[in-house]
Design a protein. Structure first.
Length: 527
């Protein structure tokens, strides 16, 4: 509930109070019971810290509404969030009255209720295995970048099975934490968060409950994690667009819940910010009004260089879903094998890109060797987040806006398959190869006719072999994408083989074999 909605509630609340003397409502299933956010005015020195409270109207709130806890939910990020407080109270049916009372103190800029968010997926289906990687040309993108173990994607979701055979090698390990000593070694506010954290149950176990089966809603986060960055080229399970990128598991659903709702979603986002995630994947959301508090938190993440991706929703609706519709968030709709908008996917002006989301095969919870198909914008989101991480792996200095630009510029135009949704599917369907090429600045470099010249292996680690037959070469030169000569060696043989060892940084280069009959260009990729 935003301030505009609140002002309307205040007006109608006054009328109700005048006629009935008491104002209460049935608890709304769209919001978290017994909890509100309040933002103290920027110019106000007021604080909720008990020893600093002198305002009698604030003190009376504690008793009148049976307030249990008041705390800052997102401290230490910026001045706006440092003046944002969370109030938890036991008399949940008087939430509107408490909101009115808070605003009546004249200390508050706004008051709002935090929403409950839901995952966006549909039950298992029978569509084929990993068609989506071919569709986005993942293999060609991997020729440019195979991801970096220093780049991280936070899967902010209901839970992630960190022991799954195809996830375990890529699960992030907190370098600042000593396992099992019961201390918050890195002073980030979370004790023993070795491999992520459970912000809902407040412990260091981001796994789903032990009773989870392969058909439970708790499989959701594990499925998303596999799409972003399951271990690749390991002879097991699936390949993933993120390849070597590390996964930060963030559990936002209590073990006592069903798994389809996230009561602590933005606590999870806050944790991901605190541990310096590079990309945050949010495969959840809901319709309705936006939240000022949540937008402020996402702005803080963006300002810290974090890329934010969110699922657009599964209502086949043009109505915006949040967090996907917030500023600074990449909103991801879903497409099928024919590049049509998936039948369930939301659309509209808030969509940034489409990504495969129908019949998507990935890792499942319930077993350390389980895999299966799910459909939803929930699947399209981590696929896009993984691609953003791949782009960032190639060039870690890129800003979130630059990564988003390469992501969108690389999209394939799929308007012909979606004529009824013209202008409502963003930049098109993601294409990993094209986005990586734009990031590498190589879209204008083309190889010349093959001739009798070979270069192998490609990609390589900076050491490679060039062989030629009957070409009368004079030199072998290597240029970077800016056109600068970075390596050269003379040759004089008509036919020959030479091993070249360089100290080239990872990236795309052009090898030019110069000869009496002309020059021959070959792209080489150094990883």
């Amino acid at each position: 509930m935003t301030i505009k909605k609140l002002l309307f509630s205040i007006f109608t609340g006054i009328i109700l109070l005048s006629s009935n003397k008491v104002s209460s409502q049935t608890v709304d299933s769209s919001y978290i019971d017994g909890m509100i956010y309040v933002k103290v005015k920027s110019s106000d020195s007021f604080s909720f810290l008990p020893y600093l409270i002198s305002d009698s109207s604030i003190k009376s709130l504690y008793l009148t509404y049976d307030i249990d806890t008041i705390y800052r939910p997102f401290p230490g990020l910026d001045s706006i969030l440092d003046k944002t407080w969370c109030i938890k109270f036991n008399n949940k049916f008087q939430v509107d009255a408490l909101m009115l009372a808070c605003m009546a103190t004249n200390h508050m800029e706004y008051v709002e209720k935090p929403r409950i968010y839901h995952t966006f997926f549909t039950p298992n289906d029978v569509n084929g295995q990993q068609w989506y990687l071919n569709k986005i040309e993942a293999a060609a993108a991997w020729d440019i970048s195979q991801g970096s173990t220093t780049v991280t994607v936070a899967i902010v979701d209901n839970a992630v099975n960190i022991n799954h055979e195809d996830l375990a090698p890529n699960i992030w390990t907190n370098p600042g934490e000593i396992p099992g000593n019961g201390f918050d070694d890195d002073l980030n506010g979370y004790t023993d968060d070795i491999n992520g954290f459970d912000v809902a149950d407040n412990d260091n176990n981001p796994n789903p409950p032990g009773t989870t089966t392969t058909s439970s809603p708790f499989i959701h986060g594990t499925h998303c994690a596999g799409l972003a960055s399951a271990s690749t080229n390991n002879g097991k399970g699936i390949a993933s667009i993120g390849f070597k990128v590390k996964i930060i598991p963030v559990k936002c659903t209590r073990n006592s819940e069903t798994g389809s709702t996230l009561t602590n979603a933005y606590d999870g986002v806050y944790y991901a910010i605190k541990v310096n995630a590079d990309v945050i994947s949010m495969s959840w959301g809901g319709p309705g009004e936006s939240s000022i508090t949540n937008q402020n938190l996402l702005n803080s993440a963006h300002n810290r260089g974090i890329i934010l991706c969110a699922a657009a929703g599964n209502d086949n609706s043009e109505n915006p879903n949040f967090p996907a519709a917030y500023n600074n968030v990449i909103s991801v709709g879903a497409s099928d094998q024919s590049d049509k908008k998936s039948s369930f996917s939301n659309f509209g002006s808030t969509i940034d890109v489409l990504a495969p989301g129908s019949g998507i095969y990935s890792t499942l919870a319930g077993s350390n060797t389980a895999y299966g198909n799910l459909s939803g914008t929930s699947m399209a989101c981590p696929l896009t987040a993984g691609l953003c991480a791949l782009i960032l792996s190639f060039n870690p200095s890129l800003s979130p806006d630059q990564v988003e630009n390469f992501l969108k510029t690389g999209c394939d135009n799929v308007n012909s398959a979606n004529t009824q949704f013209a202008g409502k599917i963003g930049s098109g369907r993601i294409n990993a190869r094209r986005s990586l090429q734009f990031a590498a600045g190589i879209t204008g470099i083309e190889e010349t006719a093959k001739g009798n010249i070979g270069v192998y292996p490609v990609p390589n680690n900076g050491t490679f072999t060039v062989e030629w037959f009957d070409e009368n070469l004079t030199s072998i030169d290597v240029y970077n994408t800016m056109g600068d000569l970075v390596y050269s060696t003379p040759v004089s043989e008509n036919t020959g083989t030479v091993q070249i060892k360089t100290n080239l940084a990872p990236g795309i280069y052009m090898l030019t074999a110069k000869g009496f009959a002309g020059n021959y260009n070959r792209k080489i990729i150094v990883y």
